[in-house]
Design a protein around this ligand. Structure first.
Ligand code: FES
Length: 178
């Protein structure tokens, strides 16, 4: 279960972000600016250590002139928004459909055991966490996970070992340049 968290530091609201909000709002008619909500949340999350505190969500509500509850309900619905601080490398395993039948549960258990955490926990060094999410649309490549902007597919325990080592060595790309 995810619980909305307060942050112990102010929301990072940059000039670049505020300019982006205006651009995104301008794509929709007056009174329909809420349509820009998903993208705005993504961008603010990217600027705030990959999670959205209650203060961050309230800021978005203010910028879009909507009620805070309208932001909370969207953030709590989609698994791509994080309501708690997250690990640097968050393994988001698809745990539905094809991935389930191709052994993702065993793989998640293997990964948790290797990292010494339960699902949702962060390793003491702050590097890793394991999360189950709904279908990520790469069913033909099951079992798979998302790490940052990238998918890792046809996973096996050996591939997880290699991925974890690459993360520790700082060799894993998280943000797409596209
Ligand atoms: S079932 Fe795993 S990506 Fe669709």
């Amino acid at each position: 279960m995810s619980v909305v968290a307060k942050s112990n530091k102010p929301v990072n609201v940059t000039e670049r972000f505020l300019a982006r909000v205006e651009v995104l709002k301008s794509r929709f008619p007056e009174g329909k600016h809420k349509s820009a909500l998903l993208t705005i949340l993504h961008e603010l999350q990217n600027d705030n250590d990959d999670w959205l505190s209650i203060e961050a969500m309230d800021k978005v509500a203010e910028l879009l002139n909507i009620k805070p509850i309208e932001v909370y309900e969207v953030v709590s619905f989609y698994s791509m928004y994080n309501q708690q601080p997250v690990a640097k490398y968050m393994f988001e395993f698809c745990h539905t459909g094809c991935c389930m039948t191709r052994g993702v549960e065993d793989l998640m258990e293997y990964t948790c055991k290797k990292l010494g955490v339960k699902q949702g926990e962060i390793t003491p060094d702050g590097l890793f966490s394991v999360k189950g999410v709904e279908c990520l649309g790469a069913c033909g490549y099951a079992p798979m996970l998302q790490l940052g902007d990238y998918y890792h597919e046809f996973l096996t325990p050996e591939k997880m070992d290699a991925l974890i080592e690459d993360c520790r060595a700082g060799k894993v790309d998280m943000i797409s340049k596209v």
